[in-house]
Every structure is written in C-alpha cells, then in structure tokens.
Design a protein around this ligand. Structure first.
Ligand code: GLN
Length: 447
C-alpha cells in the first residue's frame, strides 16, 4: 500500500485520481494484514483497487466527474463495492473519468483530462481514463471501470493494459451512475488476465437490487484460466478494411492473426454487413436513454443547485445549464429529440430495430465461432485537444467496441503490440453470452 500511495503522489500530474482514501486505505491494509495472519482473509486480500468515480462507495464523494455532483456523498455502496470489500480488497481512491461516462478521451471531465503515462501529451482514452492510467502507471494494482460503448476496453487499449466488459447483466449495476441502462456494465482494468478473472469472479452474479442481473451461476474463472483448447476465431473483415483504421494497427492485428494460426487456432475472415450502422445506432439509443436517466439531476433532490435560481422553473433551468458540461448537454438535447413525438419512429424505434438486426447477425456468427476478433479502436491514443475539434470523429472511434455493447456480449481488450512511436495497440475479442470463462482462459493463453 505504501508503494502505491507513493506512486500516486509522484504521478499526480497525470490527473488519474480525484481523491485518495489514504488513511482509510492504510487502516484497511493493516486490518487485512491481521486477517492474513489469522488465515481468515478473503480472495482479494491485499489487492489495491481504484474505482471509477461513477460508482457509489458509502460515505465517500462521487462526482461522475461532473460539476453537477461535485459535493455529492454516496449514501450507500454499489453492490460491486460491497463484494470487493467482502473479499478484503483495499479501495484506494476515486478515479477520474469523462463526465457521466460520456466520452472516449477523458476530456469531458469537469476535473480535466487524464494524461497517458507513455506520452503525457496524449489522452488516456475514456471514459474510464483514470482507471486505465492508474493501472498503467502502477498507482494501484487494478481498477474498476464501467463500459457502455467501450469505456473499459478503449482506454485499456490506449494504455497497454487489459480491460473486460462482461456480458450485459452479468454484473450488478446497483449503485453505479446510470448512463444508458440497457448497455451499462462494470468490469475490471488490470495488468494481467488472471487479476481480471479474480475480480470478475468476485463482482459478478445475481443481485436482488438490480432486477436485470442474471441469476446464472458464476463459474470459477480463475480455476478455469489454465484450460487451453484450440479455438475457432473469426475476424471481421470490414473492421480491417475500414477507412478510419490506422495502417499500423491493421498490420499489428494481422500479425497477431498469423500468430494465432501458428499456435493451432482456426482463424477465418467473416463478413459483418452492418458495421456502417453500429455507431449511429449506438448513439441514438444511448443518447435517448441518457436523456431520460439524467432528468433526475434537477437541482431539487441532490446535486448542484444554481444560487441564482428564484423559482422552480429557474431551479431546473439554471441548475442544469450550469451543472452539466457541453457534451452532456449535447446528448441530453439529441436524446430528447430522438424520443420526441414525430421523431420517435424515425430515429428511436428505427434504431431499436437495427439493434435487433445487428444482434441477430452477430449471434449467428458466434454459432460458428468461439470469438470474434477486431482491433479495439481504429487509432492509438491521440493528442489531448483533438477530440474537441471534431465530435463526430470522436464518436466514430467507437466503431469496434459498440458491436459488443449493442449485442450485450462479453468483450476483452488485450495489449497486442505497439506502433512505431511506442504507443500501445489493443485487440478486441468478443465472446458468446456468459462465456467470460472461455474469453479469459483464451486471453490468458495468448497474452
Ligand atoms: N465513447 C462512448 C460514449 O461516449 C463510450 C462511453 C462509455 O462506454 N461509457 O458513449
């Protein structure tokens, strides 16, 4: 714990931590140490874990990196936090992220961007940017992130670490700030696949507080980690011939495909007809859901209230105008638009239908293969400041990750090399529903 606290101090300029629970973490470390001596310690004893600041931890602030929740203190803990603590993990602090997890570069945070440790002029990725950099720069052993459209996987790729988004409903969302409820999942960001398996095993499983959480039994991911079987993998051809893809990433992925073949796996190209529609479908649906979810921040019950407000109407208007950042407002406006009478059928209902088509096609591909393989992102970590210049382009960055988000499938990003400037490249593997065990054991085998 002393080591991590020291690293956090030395690397505070990276802006990964919003708060460090120093005293509490030291006290917990001492308590866990005693339990270890007594032989009563839990599975995660001694694991120092940072949490994305959109996950509630009772008695601690949680801002979702927004001015709106700047002074909010959680009144209960998220189920994932309860489960980490029950297994004696040490929670070391709150990690920066995009505001309300809306973004892919951590630049929408009210608290400023997180810097990539490899090149500090570049973004961390997002929205779980603080989580990825905290692990990358050894400021904690592992971190929790959340992933709605790639927010665990893409920053993991940009930082050269491992990130897994579980199957939708595998992990409870209770106590996690809602962005787009039919997409949101919590998952670990780690150095090793083994740590990811261990943490996921602890946080996954039925929770009576989240009525979509699955009651399927959670397999023992760690004991299955060493199963190695030849697998059948399909790489989606359109993702490699995609015009936005950085040629260096393409060659890294092709190189990995050759290696997998040499190791005895079957790797074949497949075609996925809907790649051009995934980003639009994702953004229509998530903006719609977010406009509804964020209506609760009204300046009345909790969160920021404008000091200039004089009546109910101005409480709503001014508190939301002043409390939310630009990207969040854009999404609330667009989300409200696609849900409004006259546009609902043209956008929202249409997007729901396209989501279904995408899901059917991806499920169909997975009847013939164990995994689908794509790059995690079309670029490496880019310069801080560039995403603000072109919002649409930053949305298009999510083209590969949202495939698993729209379909609810589990997906992992693994580091698979670096480009000529030494910047990390990530490879995404998408598995079958609830087959995180296979995804993890295969990842462990090849990493
Ligand atoms: N970049 C995507 C978005 O802005 C993903 C965010 C996320 O997964 N939370 O919606």
């Amino acid at each position: 714990i002393g080591f991590y606290l020291q690293q956090i101090k030395e690397k505070s300029h990276l802006n990964a931590f919003l708060e460090v629970f120093e005293e509490e973490a030291l006290a917990n470390a001492a308590r866990v140490q005693d339990k270890i001596m007594l032989g009563t310690a839990g599975k995660l004893a001694g694991m120092v874990i940072g949490i994305k600041d959109n996950i509630s931890y009772k008695g601690h602030r949680m801002t979702a990196a927004s001015k709106m929740l700047e002074n909010y203190v959680s009144v209960y803990s998220a189920t994932v936090i309860e489960r980490l603590l029950a297994e004696d993990a040490i929670i070391i602090g709150r990690l920066n992220c995009d505001e309300f997890a809306m973004g892919g570069s951590n630049e929408t945070s009210y608290y400023g961007p997180v810097k990539n440790y490899i090149d500090q002029t570049r973004v961390s990725g997002g929205s779980s940017g603080g989580s990825a950099v905290a692990v990358q720069a050894n400021m904690c052993l592992a971190a929790l992130g959340t992933d709605t459209g790639g927010s665990i996987r893409q920053p993991a790729a940009f930082c050269g670490v491992v990130g897994i988004k579980p199957t939708y409903s595998r992990v409870s969302r209770y106590g996690v700030v809602a962005y787009a409820s039919s997409f949101d999942q919590v998952g670990p960001i780690t150095h090793s696949v083994e740590d990811a398996a261990l943490i996921l095993e602890v946080i996954a499983g039925k929770d009576e507080h989240d009525n979509v959480s699955s009651s399927l039994e959670v397999p023992d991911y760690t004991t299955r980690l060493h199963e190695d079987a030849p697998r059948k993998i399909a790489y989606i051809e359109e993702t490699l011939n995609h015009e936005g893809l950085d040629p260096e990433i393409k060659s890294a992925i092709l190189h990995n495909i050759e290696e997998l073949k040499a190791e005895g796996h079957i790797v074949e190209p497949v075609s996925f007809a809907y790649l051009d529609y995934v980003v639009a479908t994702y953004y229509i649906l998530t903006m719609a859901e977010s406009s509804s979810n964020l209506s609760r921040y009204d300046g009345v019950r909790y969160g920021y209230r404008s000091p200039k407000a004089t009546d109910l109407e101005s409480v709503y208007k001014l508190s939301r105008t002043e409390g939310f950042g630009e990207e969040v407002k854009r999404r609330i406006m667009l989300g409200t638009f696609v849900l409004s009478a006259g546009y609902y059928d043209a956008y929202y209902a249409k997007a729901q239908k396209v989501r279904r088509l995408i899901k059917e096609q991806v499920d169909e591909l997975l009847t013939q293969y164990d995994f689908l393989l794509t790059p995690t992102a079309p670029t490496v970590a880019y310069k801080i400041g560039t995403s603000k210049e072109d919002t649409l382009k930053s949305y298009l960055e999510d083209v590969y990750t949202v495939i698993a988000s729209l379909t609810g499938l589990p997906a992992i990003s693994l580091p698979c090399g670096t480009n000529s400037e030494g910047l990390p490249i990530g490879m995404q593997l998408i598995g079958k529903r609830f087959e995180e065990d296979k995804l993890l054991s295969f990842s462990n085998q090849i990493l």
